[in-house]
Design a protein around this ligand. Structure first.
Ligand SMILES: [Zn+2]
Length: 223
């Protein structure tokens, strides 16, 4: 049974590789020669939020990091290594944190506490909730509360990245690097900007003092 399952996936891969090769015989040899992505994507593991398809980019354009609830955890070696590699070695000019409406990770963070791995990971989202709870708590409906929290969570992760030493060093050395925050609507296939982008130390310091000029509740505004 296990082998049958593996055969199923290998056959799918074979059919895809053959199709790609047929459509463009150079496709794989070109890809194998270089890796020069233009964007570091930090998104949710949710299988419906797929950056290559959503941004309609050719393979190799995006360096991808995904986890439950699109968190940039400042104590997570995985997040930190991906960021360092993207900024110092690949020199990507853009980083995009992408949350999504209807995110199970966000809902878990707002509805559960405990010590399972999912609970502990989503603590990162709860930390963001604690900073913005006054805005979240006045929303009655749970779905709306989670959707608004998805936006605040993106903003918190954008800020976490901008404060990282690797990012600040790159600005210090004149490297062009901008961090963006967006949320994805599963039911429309559309991305929406949820906070201002951060491009330099001055942006970071201003936001640190004054807070983000945060876009007004995109999801409700758009519905
Ligand atoms: Zn999600």
């Amino acid at each position: 049974m296990t082998i049958a399952r593996l055969q199923h996936w290998l056959q799918r891969n074979r059919a895809w590789a053959d199709r790609m090769q047929r459509d463009n015989p150079e496709h794989f040899t070109n890809l194998a020669e270089q890796h020069a992505p233009e964007l570091l994507w930090i998104g949710c593991s949710d299988g419906r939020v797929t950056p290559d398809r959503m941004l309609d980019t050719p393979a190799g354009s995006i360096f991808v990091h995904r986890n439950l609830g699109n968190v940039f955890a400042t104590n997570d070696l995985n997040c930190l290594a991906v960021l360092q590699y993207a900024v110092e070695m690949l020199k990507v000019p853009d980083i995009m944190v992408c949350g999504h409406y209807g995110c199970a990770g966000i809902r878990h963070a707002l509805c559960h506490h405990g010590s399972t791995p999912v609970d502990l990971w989503t603590d990162q989202i709860r930390f963001a909730y604690e900073r913005f709870h006054q805005d979240i708590d006045k929303i009655d409906n749970l779905d709306d509360r989670c959707n608004r929290m998805a936006e605040f969570n993106v903003m918190a992760q954008v800020f976490n990245i901008a404060r990282n030493a690797v990012v600040r060093d790159s600005w210090e050395h004149g490297q062009q690097l901008t961090i963006h925050g967006v949320c994805y609507r599963l039911d429309e296939g559309r991305l929406f900007s949820v906070c201002e982008s951060i491009s330099n130390k001055q942006d970071l310091e201003r936001i640190h003092k004054q807070g983000f000029s945060f876009k007004k509740d995109n999801y409700s505004a758009h519905s």
